[in-house]
Design a binder for this molecule. Structure first.
Ligand code: G3I
Length: 437
């Protein structure tokens, strides 16, 4: 597992402390001073003010622990199954799918108004023996069948899938030598095409560790692959940066990395954050880097309390063994609350759509939308399920119930319009993006 830690020698340009301080001073308002307008008191609600999510890994075996579910239910609005969706769990025998643990997590998420990141469809680790025994065309077909089988079961229920996990080697720009890789270099794009066909509404992510530092060969190799995919129309929507940081390692220039990937036209996400001893400044720096990049959709920490962590001896998480909030928790919450309370536009898109809170009722709420920068705009609003839009005003709209996406254009009332959202228990604000027509 040491390979999952940032190599200390790699591209040391800033110390951890300096990097954290820089991130805080450039990306945010005054950290530690919540804004009076809408400071929130949980991680999920604070992130939602900025149009982002804040998530955690969830292990099905812990859903019977009331301390665990209380914290997870209160603080997070996105969940990632930590082990429940790996290949050995979901297809232990070829063609026989088992969704017991994964369903427990997905059902718990739905009952508690949270979205789900699917983790993971194709990974060299956690493979059942039948898959390890295959090769060539039979393995390629089994791989595609696995993508189809799992995604079909969860069709419409998953916000984003880690379609392929950790396919690049450490230290070089080479692909990892895995059984999947030995079926041919095109296995990753074949997987993404199969994934898009199986559930067109899910975002499709490539997820990896040690790709946070822009100057590393591994980061550059993943970037080249994503650039190639987007230029050739291979379906990819997001890149996950695991962010399993090492102890005492220099803080990487994560913001530059996130910006450069986002400029390719994909979302970026922090997907498995944990840091030994949970230094508050570094946690805040990671959040600050995400907040500074409009296409950074959210942050997920890899577990709830320290003893829940895969590296529990490092005490790397936001809650201690008693469920108490650690200093890093407060730093993260303050960083989120100090951010501008609205989603940011896609850079270079030519217009900006900003959300503002309107009226609230027990079952619904309204949001005002202000569009600036263009008179001829198209705004896309993605509503987190199970919430849905039930009314709009001063705007021409098309509502796609399959994707829960509203497409809006001007109808002669200028750039001020609004929506009414029936939340069905999920009060997370929609995300919006604006482009000129
Ligand atoms: O469930 C069995 C249990 O029945 C058995 O008695 C026990 C004995 O070892 O093992 C249990 O399974 C363990 C599982 O975690 C659940 O606790 C596996 O051995 C153990 O290998 C597995 O570790 C997981 C690891 O991935 C390997 O799959 C960690 O929980 C999980 O946090 C970690 O997560 C990965 C991400 O998926 C990908 N990125 C890196 C990250 C950290 O390695």
């Amino acid at each position: 597992m040491i390979g999952h830690l940032l190599a200390g020698s790699r591209a040391v340009r800033r110390t951890l402390a300096l990097g954290a301080a820089a991130a805080l001073s450039t990306g945010l308002a005054v950290a530690g001073v919540p804004r009076a307008d809408a400071a929130a008191d949980t991680l999920g609600s604070a992130a939602a003010r900025t149009g982002r999510y804040f998530g955690t890994a969830i292990d099905a075996s812990k859903l019977d622990d009331p301390v665990y579910t209380t914290i997870a239910g209160r603080e997070f609005d996105m969940v990632t199954p930590e082990n429940g969706m790996t290949i050995d769990a979901t297809e232990p025998r070829q063609g026989q799918f088992v969704f017991t643990n994964a369903d427990r997590i997905v059902d718990w998420a739905a009952q508690n108004g949270k979205r789900v990141r699917g983790h993971t469809l194709l990974w060299h680790s956690q493979q059942p023996q039948w898959l390890v025994n295959l090769s060539g065309g039979a393995l390629r077909q089994a791989m595609l069948d696995h993508v189809d089988g799992v995604m079909t079961h969860y069709k419409g229920k998953i916000y984003a899938w880690d379609v392929v996990n950790e396919a690049f080697a450490d230290g070089t720009g080479a692909r990892r030598n895995s059984n999947f890789q030995r079926t041919g270099d095109d296995w990753i794009e074949a997987a993404f095409r199969a994934a898009r066909a199986a559930d067109p509404a899910a975002k499709l992510c490539y997820n990896d560790y040690n790709i946070e530092d822009w100057t590393s060969a591994k980061t550059q190799a993943v970037y080249a692959m994503v650039k190639d995919f987007t230029s050739r129309g291979v379906p990819i929507d997001c890149v996950g940066f695991q962010a399993h940081f090492g102890s005492g390692s220099p803080y990487p220039d994560l913001r530059t990395t996130l910006r450069n990937f986002a400029a390719l036209g994909v979302d970026v996400q922090i997907t498995e954050l944990d840091i030994p001893s949970a230094p508050a400044a570094t946690y805040a720096a990671v959040v600050g880097d995400c907040l500074a990049v409009p296409r950074c959709a959210g942050v997920t920490v890899w577990g709830v309390r320290d003893p829940d962590s895969w590296r529990s001896g490092d005490t790397p998480l936001l809650f201690d063994g008693d469920g108490g909030k650690k200093p890093a928790y407060t730093a993260v919450l303050d960083a989120l609350n100090a951010a501008v309370p609205s989603p940011s536009p896609t850079p270079g898109a030519g217009c900006t759509a900003t959300l503002s809170a309107g009226a609230k009722w027990p079952d619904r709420y309204t949001l005002g939308v202000t569009v600036t920068g263009s008179d001829d705009w198209i705004v896309t609003m993605t509503v987190p399920r199970p919430a849905r839009i039930i009314a709009t005003w001063n705007v021409r709209t098309r509502w796609n119930p399959a994707t829960n996406v509203l497409t809006a254009r001007p109808n002669g009332h200028g750039g001020s319009w609004g929506v009414t959202i029936k939340h069905h228990g999920n009060r997370t604000w929609p995300t919006v993006s604006c482009r000129t027509a």
